[in-house]
Ligand binder design. Sequence first.
Ligand SMILES: Nc1ncnc2c1ncn2[C@@H]1O[C@H](COP(=O)(O)OP(=O)(O)OP(=O)(O)O)[C@@H](O)[C@H]1O
Ligand SMILES: [Mg+2]
Length: 138
Amino acid sequence: MTISHSPAETIAFARTLAATLRRGDVLALSGDLGAGKTHFVKGLAAGLGTTASVTSPTFTLLHEYPGGRLPLYHFDFYRLDDADEALKIGLDEYLDGDGVCVIEWAEKFPTLLPPHTRWLRFTHREDGARVIEETIAP
Ligand SMILES: Nc1ncnc2c1ncn2[C@@H]1O[C@H](COP(=O)(O)OP(=O)(O)OP(=O)(O)O)[C@@H](O)[C@H]1O
Ligand SMILES: [Mg+2]
């Protein structure tokens, strides 16, 4: 479990984690609205060395960040209404692909993700801090 007191701390945590990632890894992010999932992805992208800037893919479902040690594929299931939409844009190919996949709001469609997925839950504490903890699949 990690406690983050600022956006910069969340980014730094993800940057460190990025160094351990390997081709084919899948990170599923779940938890509270505005708890820092997109900031975490910013840290992953920075840690992998992509130069592209990270924005929330809420309206596009997928952003790709090439050019780093591994390509990063950033999904957001927040506005996804059914699993077919994700499959139509090739989710399975990305999951089986040459890079790392990170999925915000993954708990909406957990069965779309492979068994080796690592689950991270983000919660917004009353004092403003964010708690990031690894969990089992929902
Ligand atoms: N410790 C922290 N870590 C990350 N963000 C923080 C932290 N403390 C405050 N914030 C603020 O909380 C917001 C987090 O936004 P972010 O888009 O990363 O959250 P999110 O979990 O992706 O939201 P959503 O559920 O809408 O996808 C930002 O406005 C950021 O400045
Ligand atoms: Mg987000």
